[in-house]
Write a protein that binds this ligand. Sequence first.
Ligand code: BGC
Length: 450
Amino acid sequence: MRQARDVIREESEVLHLTDKQIKEIMSRLHNDLVKGLGKDTHANSIVKCWITYIQDLPNGKERGKFLALDLGGTNFRVLIINLGANHFDMQSKIYAIPNHIMTGSGVALFDHIAECLANFMKEHDVYAERLALGFTFSFPLQQLGLTKGILQRWTKGFSCSGVVGEDVVQGLKDAIARRGDVQIDICAIQNDTTGTLMSCAWKNHNCKIGLIVGTGSNACYVEKTENCELFDGEPGKPDLLINTEWGAFGDDGALDFVRTEFDREVDNNSINKGKQIQEKMISGMYMGELVRLALVKLTKMGLLFGGRGSDLLFQRGSFYTKYVSEIESDKPGDFTSCMEVLEELGLSHASEADMAAVRHVCECVSRRAAHLVSAGIACLLNKMNEPRVTVGIDGSVYRFHPHFHTLMCEKIAQLVRPGIQFDPMLSEDGSGRGAALVAAVACRQSSTVA
Ligand code: BGC
């Protein structure tokens, strides 16, 4: 008779991507990237490849005091950054964005941001100064310039009304003007992937890809300006940063051939159904829930926990993505963290075989995520076709998952064309420092122009 363990392994096979499937994913993504860049194909493209208007990477000579805002990850932060020769000094504060603000009106969101900013300036004795600000806004933006960006869609649980289709920089400026107490020059708006790239490029000039595997998933890269058919900025510079917004990959069904019933359920229960399909298979906002859905299925089949679940196990959102990292941090054969997680979920009746199975499901979900990210990065590396590229990386999943880095490095190495090398580089707070750097580079340019 087949053992429960074997059936569990068979059931989890749907989460395994074969090399053939991964290659197919790469080829589909490549086509989508090309469509996003093309003048005639962009309007109907799924992976938008937004132009960022960032053409100059930092040269290490940026100096000065800057404010930065970071909205779109797990937290909202305000930062003040002093860039000096070969060092920077940074102070920041995290502010909560309560759920009613995440899903309320855009005006309320921007008023909240402006209020946090003013309070922060008071606390840091710069209330009366006129400072330059870089705004990291990590949602799909159609940029019309360095300080103009039209929100295309909300992602990651945000749904503030009246913002989609509007210029986000203007929204913030209006909120600051409504208060009338602080003087701010918004010098640049940017994505967290571009911030990550910029903050790594400050130290390593070879950094040409920025990757986020956090609450959401996305990457940006340096493209040849001549390939960016929609670019209407200053001519003459060879490179341009492209924000791929690859989290939307699959929104037209391109990933249906590998999606599972768990992916479909996560999507059905989300506030942006049918959107961000690749992101929902990868990122921290969804990974724990994917594991939970698989565990629920196995429990109902009588293969786990003696067929006896718990209220929490059956409750949506109760299996946090950090549990996946914790469970996989246990040494092989040790289930200390796994046991703690299962106890928290009211599953203290789990046997050792159950714990091994839970770990197996976590591994399948996170390995698939790492392989999907690898497919994306390898696709970009092959497209760029440079002998050696540094990839700046940030995000909670990449930082805290014990094996994500290794899984990714191994897979990318298999998928890139022979002769292409890559160096992963952990970003030091790309969203914060990167925002200041983009602002600093923008100031550097405007002062050169003046
Ligand atoms: C957003 C991207 C962002 C990514 C990582 C996605 O949901 O659309 O703009 O870069 O999350 O934060």
